[in-house]
Design a protein around this ligand. Sequence first.
Ligand code: TXA
Ligand code: MG
Length: 341
Amino acid sequence: MKPVDDIQEAARILESGRLVAFPTETVYGLGGDAENPAAVASIFALKNRPADHPLIVHVAPEADIGYWAAHVPDEAVSLMKAFWPGPLTLILKRAAHIPPDVAGGQDSVGLRCPSHPVAQALLRAFRQGKGGVAAPSANRFGHVSPTTAQHVRDEFGEDARLGMILDGGQSEVGIESTILDLSRVDSVGPVLLRPGKIGASQIADVIGVMPKAPDGTAPRASGTLASHYAPGTPVAIVPSKRLFQTLELLENHHRKVALLHFSLLPAERKIALAGEVSLYCSPDIYAHQLYVALRNLDMVGADVLIVEETPQGETWKGVNDRLRRAAYNGQGVVERLIASE
Ligand code: TXA
Ligand code: MG
Protein backbone atom coordinates (compact mmCIF):
# COMPACT_ATOMS: atom_id res chain seq x y z
CA MET A 1 0.00 0.00 0.00
CA LYS A 2 1.20 3.51 -0.80
CA PRO A 3 2.03 5.82 2.07
CA VAL A 4 -0.85 8.22 2.76
CA ASP A 5 1.48 11.18 2.03
CA ASP A 6 2.06 10.04 -1.56
CA ILE A 7 -1.67 9.68 -2.16
CA GLN A 8 -2.38 13.12 -0.69
CA GLU A 9 0.35 14.70 -2.79
CA ALA A 10 -0.92 12.94 -5.92
CA ALA A 11 -4.46 14.19 -5.20
CA ARG A 12 -3.15 17.75 -4.80
CA ILE A 13 -1.26 17.49 -8.11
CA LEU A 14 -4.48 16.41 -9.84
CA GLU A 15 -6.45 19.21 -8.16
CA SER A 16 -3.89 21.73 -9.47
CA GLY A 17 -4.57 20.55 -13.04
CA ARG A 18 -1.39 18.50 -13.51
CA LEU A 19 -1.07 14.78 -14.33
CA VAL A 20 -0.42 11.68 -12.22
CA ALA A 21 0.20 8.13 -13.47
CA PHE A 22 -1.38 5.54 -11.21
CA PRO A 23 -1.82 1.77 -11.07
CA THR A 24 -5.10 0.03 -11.78
CA GLU A 25 -5.84 -3.68 -11.83
CA THR A 26 -5.86 -3.63 -15.65
CA VAL A 27 -3.00 -1.33 -16.73
CA TYR A 28 -1.47 1.95 -15.46
CA GLY A 29 -3.46 5.09 -16.23
CA LEU A 30 -2.29 8.62 -17.08
CA GLY A 31 -4.67 10.65 -14.91
CA GLY A 32 -5.93 14.21 -14.94
CA ASP A 33 -8.98 16.05 -13.59
CA ALA A 34 -11.85 14.99 -15.89
CA GLU A 35 -13.68 18.30 -15.36
CA ASN A 36 -10.67 20.50 -16.10
CA PRO A 37 -10.37 20.93 -19.89
CA ALA A 38 -6.73 22.11 -19.56
CA ALA A 39 -5.79 18.93 -17.68
CA VAL A 40 -7.62 16.81 -20.25
CA ALA A 41 -5.81 18.66 -23.06
CA SER A 42 -2.45 17.91 -21.48
CA ILE A 43 -3.28 14.18 -21.32
CA PHE A 44 -3.92 14.20 -25.07
CA ALA A 45 -0.73 16.19 -25.69
CA LEU A 46 1.53 14.00 -23.53
CA LYS A 47 0.16 10.80 -25.05
CA ASN A 48 0.24 12.26 -28.53
CA ARG A 49 -3.33 11.06 -28.87
CA PRO A 50 -5.86 12.60 -31.29
CA ALA A 51 -8.25 14.85 -29.29
CA ASP A 52 -11.36 13.14 -30.66
CA HIS A 53 -10.55 9.83 -28.91
CA PRO A 54 -12.58 9.79 -25.67
CA LEU A 55 -11.03 9.10 -22.26
CA ILE A 56 -12.41 6.89 -19.48
CA VAL A 57 -13.44 8.73 -16.31
CA HIS A 58 -12.38 6.82 -13.17
CA VAL A 59 -14.54 7.27 -10.09
CA ALA A 60 -14.41 6.24 -6.41
CA PRO A 61 -16.58 3.33 -5.22
CA GLU A 62 -18.95 5.77 -3.45
CA ALA A 63 -19.32 8.05 -6.51
CA ASP A 64 -22.72 9.29 -7.62
CA ILE A 65 -23.00 8.02 -11.20
CA GLY A 66 -26.04 10.26 -11.71
CA TYR A 67 -23.63 13.22 -11.50
CA TRP A 68 -21.75 12.04 -14.62
CA ALA A 69 -24.52 10.45 -16.68
CA ALA A 70 -27.66 12.05 -18.05
CA HIS A 71 -29.43 8.73 -17.64
CA VAL A 72 -28.44 5.58 -15.75
CA PRO A 73 -30.27 2.61 -17.30
CA ASP A 74 -31.23 -0.43 -15.19
CA GLU A 75 -28.64 -2.53 -17.06
CA ALA A 76 -25.89 -0.17 -15.83
CA VAL A 77 -27.12 -0.40 -12.23
CA SER A 78 -27.07 -4.21 -12.36
CA LEU A 79 -23.63 -4.36 -14.01
CA MET A 80 -22.11 -1.90 -11.55
CA LYS A 81 -23.45 -4.02 -8.70
CA ALA A 82 -22.03 -7.19 -10.24
CA PHE A 83 -18.62 -6.02 -11.51
CA TRP A 84 -17.60 -2.76 -9.78
CA PRO A 85 -15.05 -2.11 -8.55
CA GLY A 86 -13.40 -3.97 -11.40
CA PRO A 87 -12.30 -4.10 -15.05
CA LEU A 88 -15.55 -3.00 -16.71
CA THR A 89 -16.07 0.41 -18.37
CA LEU A 90 -19.64 1.53 -19.08
CA ILE A 91 -20.43 4.12 -21.74
CA LEU A 92 -23.50 6.16 -20.76
CA LYS A 93 -25.11 9.38 -22.02
CA ARG A 94 -23.07 12.26 -20.63
CA ALA A 95 -24.66 14.75 -18.19
CA ALA A 96 -24.92 18.23 -19.79
CA HIS A 97 -22.66 19.95 -17.21
CA ILE A 98 -19.67 17.58 -17.81
CA PRO A 99 -17.25 19.26 -20.25
CA PRO A 100 -17.30 17.40 -23.60
CA ASP A 101 -13.48 17.46 -23.92
CA VAL A 102 -13.04 14.30 -21.87
CA ALA A 103 -15.41 12.45 -24.21
CA GLY A 104 -13.62 13.62 -27.34
CA GLY A 105 -16.69 15.74 -28.12
CA GLN A 106 -19.12 12.79 -28.04
CA ASP A 107 -22.40 13.03 -26.10
CA SER A 108 -21.45 10.05 -23.92
CA VAL A 109 -19.08 9.40 -21.05
CA GLY A 110 -17.02 6.28 -20.23
CA LEU A 111 -17.09 5.42 -16.51
CA ARG A 112 -15.06 2.92 -14.55
CA CYS A 113 -14.46 2.21 -10.86
CA PRO A 114 -11.11 0.41 -10.55
CA SER A 115 -10.49 -2.18 -7.82
CA HIS A 116 -6.77 -1.50 -7.30
CA PRO A 117 -6.32 -0.21 -3.73
CA VAL A 118 -3.93 2.59 -4.78
CA ALA A 119 -6.33 3.77 -7.48
CA GLN A 120 -9.19 3.71 -4.99
CA ALA A 121 -7.21 5.63 -2.37
CA LEU A 122 -6.31 8.26 -4.98
CA LEU A 123 -9.92 8.59 -6.18
CA ARG A 124 -11.15 8.94 -2.59
CA ALA A 125 -8.54 11.61 -1.80
CA PHE A 126 -9.01 13.62 -5.01
CA ARG A 127 -11.70 16.26 -4.32
CA GLN A 128 -12.87 14.17 -1.35
CA GLY A 129 -14.01 11.40 -3.66
CA LYS A 130 -16.37 13.67 -5.61
CA GLY A 131 -14.17 14.16 -8.66
CA GLY A 132 -13.44 12.00 -11.67
CA VAL A 133 -9.98 11.14 -12.97
CA ALA A 134 -9.77 10.93 -16.75
CA ALA A 135 -7.14 8.32 -17.56
CA PRO A 136 -6.13 6.57 -20.74
CA SER A 137 -3.47 3.89 -20.51
CA ALA A 138 -0.17 5.60 -19.61
CA ASN A 139 1.61 4.94 -22.90
CA ARG A 140 2.23 6.88 -26.08
CA PHE A 141 -0.59 6.54 -28.59
CA GLY A 142 -0.69 3.12 -30.28
CA HIS A 143 2.05 1.64 -28.13
CA VAL A 144 1.82 -1.30 -25.70
CA SER A 145 0.01 -0.40 -22.45
CA PRO A 146 2.08 -0.25 -19.23
CA THR A 147 1.52 -2.78 -16.46
CA THR A 148 4.32 -1.56 -14.14
CA ALA A 149 5.52 1.84 -12.92
CA GLN A 150 8.81 1.22 -14.75
CA HIS A 151 6.90 0.85 -18.04
CA VAL A 152 5.42 4.32 -17.42
CA ARG A 153 8.93 5.73 -16.81
CA ASP A 154 10.08 4.02 -20.02
CA GLU A 155 7.24 5.73 -21.93
CA PHE A 156 7.51 9.27 -20.59
CA GLY A 157 10.97 9.49 -19.02
CA GLU A 158 11.35 12.64 -16.99
CA ASP A 159 8.69 14.65 -18.85
CA ALA A 160 7.81 17.54 -16.51
CA ARG A 161 4.15 17.40 -17.51
CA LEU A 162 3.84 14.16 -15.54
CA GLY A 163 3.79 15.35 -11.92
CA MET A 164 4.09 11.96 -10.24
CA ILE A 165 4.05 8.21 -10.85
CA LEU A 166 2.37 6.14 -8.12
CA ASP A 167 3.85 2.65 -7.95
CA GLY A 168 1.37 -0.11 -7.09
CA GLY A 169 3.25 -3.14 -8.37
CA GLN A 170 2.40 -5.13 -11.49
CA SER A 171 -1.22 -4.86 -12.66
CA GLU A 172 -3.11 -8.04 -11.87
CA VAL A 173 -5.36 -8.34 -14.94
CA GLY A 174 -2.77 -7.09 -17.42
CA ILE A 175 -5.05 -6.08 -20.32
CA GLU A 176 -7.41 -3.10 -20.51
CA SER A 177 -10.98 -3.13 -19.20
CA THR A 178 -13.96 -4.55 -21.08
CA ILE A 179 -15.90 -1.63 -22.61
CA LEU A 180 -19.68 -1.90 -22.89
CA ASP A 181 -21.70 0.80 -24.62
CA LEU A 182 -25.04 1.36 -22.91
CA SER A 183 -25.52 4.89 -24.25
CA ARG A 184 -28.02 3.62 -26.82
CA VAL A 185 -29.29 0.61 -24.90
CA ASP A 186 -32.98 1.47 -25.41
CA SER A 187 -32.70 1.66 -29.21
CA VAL A 188 -29.72 -0.56 -30.13
CA GLY A 189 -29.12 -2.69 -27.03
CA PRO A 190 -25.78 -3.23 -25.28
CA VAL A 191 -22.70 -3.16 -27.54
CA LEU A 192 -19.31 -4.64 -26.60
CA LEU A 193 -16.71 -2.10 -27.81
CA ARG A 194 -13.61 -3.80 -26.39
CA PRO A 195 -13.27 -7.35 -25.00
CA GLY A 196 -11.49 -7.84 -21.69
CA LYS A 197 -11.39 -10.10 -18.65
CA ILE A 198 -15.14 -9.74 -18.12
CA GLY A 199 -16.63 -11.61 -21.07
CA ALA A 200 -19.84 -11.13 -23.06
CA SER A 201 -21.55 -14.13 -21.48
CA GLN A 202 -20.79 -12.90 -17.94
CA ILE A 203 -22.46 -9.62 -18.94
CA ALA A 204 -25.41 -11.52 -20.45
CA ASP A 205 -25.79 -13.50 -17.21
CA VAL A 206 -26.40 -10.23 -15.38
CA ILE A 207 -28.60 -8.28 -17.84
CA GLY A 208 -30.25 -11.15 -19.70
CA VAL A 209 -29.11 -9.98 -23.16
CA MET A 210 -25.97 -10.89 -25.06
CA PRO A 211 -24.07 -7.71 -26.04
CA LYS A 212 -23.68 -7.14 -29.77
CA ALA A 213 -20.53 -6.51 -31.76
CA PRO A 214 -20.07 -2.86 -32.80
CA ASP A 215 -21.45 -1.75 -36.17
CA GLY A 216 -20.67 1.38 -38.19
CA THR A 217 -22.75 3.59 -35.90
CA ALA A 218 -21.05 2.53 -32.65
CA PRO A 219 -18.99 5.19 -30.85
CA ARG A 220 -15.33 5.41 -31.79
CA ALA A 221 -12.89 3.73 -29.44
CA SER A 222 -9.15 4.06 -29.91
CA GLY A 223 -8.52 0.57 -28.59
CA THR A 224 -10.59 -0.62 -31.53
CA LEU A 225 -8.23 0.65 -34.24
CA ALA A 226 -6.87 -2.18 -36.38
CA SER A 227 -3.33 -1.44 -35.23
CA HIS A 228 -2.92 -0.76 -31.53
CA TYR A 229 -1.00 -2.09 -28.53
CA ALA A 230 1.85 -2.60 -31.00
CA PRO A 231 5.54 -3.19 -30.22
CA GLY A 232 8.12 -1.65 -32.58
CA THR A 233 9.27 -5.08 -33.77
CA PRO A 234 6.91 -6.56 -36.39
CA VAL A 235 4.72 -9.26 -34.82
CA ALA A 236 3.58 -12.45 -36.58
CA ILE A 237 1.09 -14.92 -35.13
CA VAL A 238 1.91 -18.52 -36.09
CA PRO A 239 -0.24 -21.61 -35.38
CA SER A 240 1.35 -24.20 -33.04
CA LYS A 241 1.60 -26.81 -35.79
CA ARG A 242 3.74 -24.54 -37.99
CA LEU A 243 5.74 -22.94 -35.18
CA PHE A 244 8.91 -25.02 -35.23
CA GLN A 245 9.09 -25.13 -39.01
CA THR A 246 8.74 -21.32 -39.16
CA LEU A 247 11.52 -20.86 -36.59
CA GLU A 248 13.78 -23.18 -38.60
CA LEU A 249 13.10 -21.29 -41.82
CA LEU A 250 13.90 -17.96 -40.20
CA GLU A 251 17.08 -19.39 -38.67
CA ASN A 252 18.16 -20.74 -42.06
CA HIS A 253 17.80 -17.18 -43.38
CA HIS A 254 19.88 -15.82 -40.47
CA ARG A 255 16.99 -13.83 -39.05
CA LYS A 256 16.92 -12.70 -35.45
CA VAL A 257 13.78 -14.01 -33.84
CA ALA A 258 12.02 -13.20 -30.55
CA LEU A 259 9.50 -15.84 -29.50
CA LEU A 260 6.40 -15.76 -27.29
CA HIS A 261 5.03 -19.26 -26.91
CA PHE A 262 3.36 -21.76 -24.58
CA SER A 263 4.09 -25.14 -26.24
CA LEU A 264 7.32 -26.98 -25.56
CA LEU A 265 9.80 -26.74 -28.42
CA PRO A 266 11.34 -30.02 -29.60
CA ALA A 267 14.31 -30.69 -27.31
CA GLU A 268 16.40 -32.53 -29.94
CA ARG A 269 17.23 -29.44 -32.01
CA LYS A 270 17.94 -26.08 -30.43
CA ILE A 271 16.94 -22.96 -32.37
CA ALA A 272 18.96 -19.83 -31.65
CA LEU A 273 16.58 -17.14 -30.45
CA ALA A 274 17.30 -13.47 -29.73
CA GLY A 275 14.70 -13.62 -26.96
CA GLU A 276 12.16 -16.09 -25.66
CA VAL A 277 9.25 -15.91 -23.23
CA SER A 278 7.14 -18.93 -22.42
CA LEU A 279 3.74 -18.21 -20.85
CA TYR A 280 1.37 -20.64 -19.19
CA CYS A 281 -1.56 -21.40 -21.52
CA SER A 282 -4.39 -20.05 -19.38
CA PRO A 283 -6.12 -16.79 -20.40
CA ASP A 284 -5.84 -15.01 -17.03
CA ILE A 285 -2.17 -15.87 -16.48
CA TYR A 286 -1.34 -15.12 -20.12
CA ALA A 287 -3.10 -11.72 -19.98
CA HIS A 288 -1.34 -10.84 -16.72
CA GLN A 289 2.10 -11.28 -18.34
CA LEU A 290 1.31 -10.37 -21.97
CA TYR A 291 2.45 -6.72 -22.07
CA VAL A 292 5.55 -7.39 -19.95
CA ALA A 293 6.45 -10.14 -22.43
CA LEU A 294 5.81 -7.95 -25.50
CA ARG A 295 7.85 -5.07 -24.04
CA ASN A 296 10.78 -7.32 -23.07
CA LEU A 297 10.80 -9.13 -26.41
CA ASP A 298 10.62 -5.79 -28.23
CA MET A 299 13.95 -4.79 -26.66
CA VAL A 300 16.09 -7.67 -27.98
CA GLY A 301 16.55 -6.20 -31.45
CA ALA A 302 14.84 -9.04 -33.33
CA ASP A 303 13.73 -8.86 -36.97
CA VAL A 304 10.41 -10.40 -36.02
CA LEU A 305 8.48 -11.26 -32.87
CA ILE A 306 6.80 -14.62 -33.40
CA VAL A 307 3.75 -15.26 -31.23
CA GLU A 308 2.39 -18.81 -31.02
CA GLU A 309 -1.32 -18.63 -31.81
CA THR A 310 -3.40 -18.87 -28.61
CA PRO A 311 -6.57 -20.96 -28.30
CA GLN A 312 -9.88 -19.58 -29.62
CA GLY A 313 -12.98 -19.35 -27.45
CA GLU A 314 -14.71 -16.83 -25.23
CA THR A 315 -12.20 -16.73 -22.37
CA TRP A 316 -9.36 -15.91 -24.79
CA LYS A 317 -11.20 -13.06 -26.58
CA GLY A 318 -9.45 -10.23 -24.68
CA VAL A 319 -5.96 -11.67 -25.24
CA ASN A 320 -6.65 -12.56 -28.88
CA ASP A 321 -7.97 -9.07 -29.60
CA ARG A 322 -4.73 -7.48 -28.27
CA LEU A 323 -2.54 -9.97 -30.17
CA ARG A 324 -4.40 -9.37 -33.43
CA ARG A 325 -3.94 -5.60 -33.15
CA ALA A 326 -0.27 -5.99 -32.13
CA ALA A 327 0.28 -8.10 -35.27
CA TYR A 328 -1.58 -5.82 -37.66
CA ASN A 329 1.48 -3.96 -38.96
CA GLY A 330 3.50 -7.16 -39.19
CA GLN A 331 1.33 -8.84 -41.81
CA GLY A 332 3.47 -10.76 -44.32
CA VAL A 333 6.72 -10.14 -42.39
CA VAL A 334 7.77 -13.81 -42.18
CA GLU A 335 7.32 -14.26 -45.93
CA ARG A 336 9.38 -11.11 -46.59
CA LEU A 337 12.17 -12.22 -44.23
CA ILE A 338 12.56 -15.61 -45.88
CA ALA A 339 12.16 -14.31 -49.44
CA SER A 340 15.33 -12.18 -49.30
CA GLU A 341 18.65 -12.19 -47.43
O1 TXA B 1 -8.39 -0.65 -18.32
C1 TXA B 1 -8.59 0.45 -18.81
O2 TXA B 1 -9.66 0.76 -19.35
C2 TXA B 1 -7.44 1.46 -18.74
C3 TXA B 1 -7.22 1.84 -17.27
C4 TXA B 1 -6.22 2.95 -17.11
O3 TXA B 1 -8.44 2.15 -16.68
N1 TXA B 1 -7.71 2.61 -19.55
C5 TXA B 1 -7.69 2.55 -20.90
O4 TXA B 1 -7.87 3.77 -21.49
O5 TXA B 1 -7.50 1.54 -21.53
P1 TXA B 1 -7.61 4.06 -23.04
O6 TXA B 1 -7.85 5.50 -23.22
O7 TXA B 1 -6.29 3.55 -23.43
O8 TXA B 1 -8.78 3.32 -23.70
C6 TXA B 1 -10.07 3.81 -23.43
C7 TXA B 1 -11.02 3.35 -24.46
C8 TXA B 1 -10.75 3.99 -25.78
O9 TXA B 1 -10.85 2.99 -26.76
C9 TXA B 1 -11.85 5.02 -25.88
O10 TXA B 1 -12.14 5.32 -27.19
C10 TXA B 1 -12.98 4.35 -25.13
O11 TXA B 1 -12.34 3.75 -24.05
N2 TXA B 1 -13.93 5.32 -24.60
C11 TXA B 1 -13.80 6.12 -23.53
N3 TXA B 1 -14.87 6.94 -23.40
C12 TXA B 1 -15.69 6.63 -24.42
C13 TXA B 1 -16.93 7.14 -24.87
N4 TXA B 1 -17.54 8.13 -24.26
N5 TXA B 1 -17.47 6.60 -25.97
C14 TXA B 1 -16.84 5.60 -26.62
N6 TXA B 1 -15.66 5.08 -26.26
C15 TXA B 1 -15.09 5.59 -25.18
MG1 MG C 1 -4.74 2.72 -24.46
